[in-house]
Structures are given as C-alpha cells and as structure tokens.
Unconditional design. Structure first.
Length: 239
C-alpha cells in the first residue's frame, strides 16, 4: 500500500495520540508549579523533561516515582516522598489538560467503526496516557492501544506498529496510519507498507513534539473528518 493511497481499502486505521486525537500539546502552568513544589527551577525542570522524554517513554529510566525523584534531586531539589507522589498523581490530569481531545475525534472514530474498520492508538508516552485514556470517550472506540512505555520501544520501531497489527489481526498493508509526524512515525509506518496521512491542522504550528518527521512525503489533511472523505473517495466505485 503506498503513501499515495492508491486503491486504498484498509481494514484498520491506526492513530497517533498527542497532536492527532488531541489538539496541539501546550505545557500548562501546572508544570512550573510542580517544579516549585519539588524545589527546582521551573525552566530547568521543563528542560529536563524534554531531554529525557524518549528514555522516560520507553521505561529506560525506571519507575516513574523514582524518575521524578531522581530528576528533582539532580536539579538540586530534595522533595519528600509525599511531594513526589503528589506530582506523580497530578501529572495525569495535567498531561490530559495539555492536550485535550481534538474536536471530531469521537465522531470520526465512531464513523470508522460503523464502516467496520478496526481502530488503534499507537503512542510514544510516559505513564500518564495509559492511566488517562480509560476515562476519555475515545477509549471504547479504540480496539487496541499500544503505548511505548509498556512495550519498551518507541516509534518508528516496527514493533510499535506490528504490535497493533497483531492485536487487530491485520497486516501492515491493510492499515492506514494517521499522525502529525512526530517521532518519525509516518516514515516508520510507510516503511512497513502502511498507507499514511499527516494531520496538518492549523493548531499544530505550536505543537510540542519530538523527532519531527522531516523526510516524509505524502498526503496531508487539515482535520480529522477529512479521513472519512479520503476513504469515501477511494472506496466509491468508478463508472
């Protein structure tokens, strides 16, 4: 299946989460407040979060409580366990608020399932998303969820995509992958034979992202509902 979506007849649609099923991610002020609670400089805290994202997102740094404590101590803080645990718990809601669900996400997933297409989310994430997602309305509309922190791999590692395919009982060539292009995700999906769409919504110009996919060339859409238009155009019989 090509990135040009020729003769596209997928059995499954795989979605990135942050910036795709959500609006652009923007770190809210609670991150800075948490840094103050931990006794560290907010700018240094945020820089440390950025610097360690992929290691945290694959579990390479250890358990989240230990990571939060170690990061704070590395930056000169000396937080109590109670403070660290408070930050650990608060981060789930804070990360959710940083990137609320994108308008149309529920409707698009509902429409895809009505067409008997299987759906999945494939996300590079730390511990927050696996705890947050079950509380969101998209959760029951996703047939499987692949989280880097649970798999110990990150995009564009083939295991991220193939784990979703195995759970959905489809081959990569039967999948459409939709993402904003972080983590070189589109190139990784296309290399396995998946069709790919980049979501290039206007709000994503200010999106917090890592590993931007700068070499990928393919079709872009400006909103999630355009996925349905793409599928309809390619599934209609030609007369």
């Amino acid at each position: 299946m090509s990135t040009k979506l020729d003769h596209l007849q997928p059995r499954a649609v795989l979605f990135d989460y942050f910036g795709t099923l959500t609006t652009a991610v923007q770190r809210g002020p609670d991150h800075r407040r948490m840094a103050v609670d931990l006794g560290v400089d907010p700018d240094e805290w945020i820089a440390a979060l950025d610097r360690t994202f992929y290691r945290r997102a694959t579990g390479a740094m250890g358990e989240p409580l230990e990571v939060l404590s170690d990061l704070a101590r590395t930056l000169g803080g000396n937080p109590t366990f109670r403070t660290v645990y408070s930050v650990y718990a608060r981060r789930v809601a804070t990360v959710g608020a940083d990137g609320p669900l994108r308008p149309g996400a529920v409707e698009v997933l509902t429409a895809l399932r009505a067409r008997r297409l299987r759906t999945a989310v494939v996300s590079d994430c730390w511990y927050e998303l696996p705890r947050l997602l079950p509380w969101l309305p998209v959760h029951p509309l996703l047939d499987t969820k692949v989280f880097s922190v649970e798999l110990g791999r990150r995009k564009p590692d083939p295991a991220m995509y193939l784990t979703a395919c195995a759970a959905l009982d489809v081959s990569p060539e039967e999948c459409l992958y939709v993402g904003d292009g972080g983590s070189t995700e589109l190139t990784g999906a296309a290399a396995l034979g998946m069709a790919t769409l980049r979501l290039a919504a206007p709000d994503l110009r200010g999106h917090l992202t890592f590993g931007r996919d700068v070499t990928w060339e393919g079709i872009e859409i400006g909103s999630l509902p355009e996925i349905l238009d793409v599928l309809t155009r390619r599934l209609e019989p030609a007369f």
